[in-house]
Design a binder for this molecule. Structure first.
Ligand code: AMP
Ligand code: MG
Length: 392
């Protein structure tokens, strides 16, 4: 058995990066940028009026000014603002030469059709200087960055109608077990509904990859061989749930080996998730996740997610916040790092949600995050500050 940290690093070190592709800007949100984004122009590209008002010389603010022109956004004036003059100007328009401030229309009094007076005590310049935000050739966004809506604005403003991004791994999801029926079926005695495959597909998609549900493999070699073989053919990564424990019908590792998968580990000191299995061939990666739904969900969150993001060149780490415990938490066995589902209390502390163990999947619906119970520890006392991994 290896430590959780070793398991994490071993998987991340094995990553092979995906290729890149160009996609339309309108589809780029959530994708991982594959190249540097460099500014092709200055921002602002001209001295820009920041308010609707009148552009003039600051030294003339005490005078009645003659309005020589009106400049709307999108128009450029060749004229120079001279002594005793101003131009009426709109937000976003280029401030003409000669003017060094723009006073707000709210701070003006119109004397007649062509004359105006500044009536406030003081005014800001209200001019955004050419290039104050961005200079041409500035590095705007680094490769590996996950594109968010605000980055879409940057890409649009720098002239990227198409965006270079990492290709998304195709991830096949297989459930295993003779006891499984699909969600549309009412289970008979001894059956349960397959929830893992659907949760895993959702986790894969939420991590920006392409999930393919490959079906349920039954607990016999022929069925596993067929479904695993097909999944390995058409995916970059195959996720299996169940069939990796010590039971008589836990046949998954044997079949993976038949397909040339080199298993790098099959036991990890983490709770839940001890039988987590990771292997690879030249073509594909395989994760054998424990069948218990909380374990499957948690191991995906803790390890597989970061692994998939690394394939796309993104250094994913979970969003984490530091909060105090609302209660003492203890356990008997301290041999493994345990992950405990928690939610926040109204006074900003962390409390456990009702949790009966790794089959109790609805505990995860109530949970807002997971906190680690470090290996070697049996007590966490009320008030201790802990890092919560948020689960979204
Ligand atoms: P296993 O790892 O195959 O021994 O499965 C461990 C436990 O998880 C058993 O109680 C299984 O019935 C349950 N389980 C396995 N696969 C799934 C699945 N796809 N959905 C829900 N529960 C499952
Ligand atoms: Mg099973």
């Amino acid at each position: 058995m290896i430590t959780f940290e070793e398991a994490y690093q071993t998987a991340l070190n094995a990553v092979r990066p995906m290729g890149t592709e160009m996609i339309p800007l309108t589809e780029a949100c959530g994708r991982i940028l594959a190249q540097e984004i460099v500014a092709d122009m200055a921002m602002p590209p001209f001295n820009r009026a920041m308010v609707d008002g009148f552009a003039c010389r600051r030294c003339d603010l005490d005078q009645t000014l003659m309005i020589t022109e009106t400049i709307a956004a999108g128009y450029f004036s060749q004229k120079t603002v001279g002594a005793g003059e101003c131009v009426q100007i709109m937000t976003g328009a280029p401030v003409p030469d000669g003017a060094d401030c723009v006073f707000m229309v709210e701070h003006s009094e119109q004397i007649d059709d062509t004359h105006v007076k500044f009536i406030n005590q003081t005014t800001n310049d209200n001019i955004a200087a050419l290039g104050e935000d961005v200079q041409p050739e500035d590095l705007m966004i680094n490769p590996g960055h996950m594109i968010r809506p605000q980055d879409i604005a940057v890409l649009a403003s720098m002239g990227y109608p198409d965006v270079p991004v990492s290709q998304r791994p195709r991830v096949g999801v297989i459930a295993t077990g003779d006891e499984l029926v699909e969600p549309s079926v009412t289970p008979t005695t001894a059956q349960i509904r397959n929830s893992n495959a659907y949760a895993l597909c959702a986790q894969v998609d939420a991590a920006g990859c392409i999930s393919h549900y490959e079906g349920v493999a039954r607990d016999n070699e022929a069925s596993l061989r067929e479904i695993i073989g097909a999944a390995l053919e058409r995916n970059d990564v195959v996720l299996l749930s169940g069939g990796v424990s010590m039971g008589k019908f836990d046949l998954v590792p044997g079949i993976l080996k038949e397909y040339g998968i080199d298993i790098l580990y099959d036991r990890v000191a983490v709770q839940p998730g001890k039988p987590t299995t990771f292997g690879l061939s030249d073509q594909a990666f395989c994760w054998g996740l424990p069948g218990n739904p909380v374990a499957t969900f948690t191991i995906f969150e803790l390890v597989v997610k970061a692994f998939l993001y690394r394939m796309m060149g993104h250094d994913y780490t979970s969003p984490t916040i530091r909060m105090p415990l609302a209660e003492d938490i203890s356990r008997r066995n301290s041999g493994r790092t345990a992950w405990i589902p928690v939610s926040t209390t109204p006074n900003g502390e962390l409390a456990r949600v009702a949790y009966h163990g790794s089959a109790h999947i609805n505990a995860m619906s109530y949970a807002e995050g997971l906190i680690p119970f470090p290996e070697g520890h049996t007590e966490l006392s009320k008030g201790t500050l802990v890092n919560v991994r948020l689960i979204r």
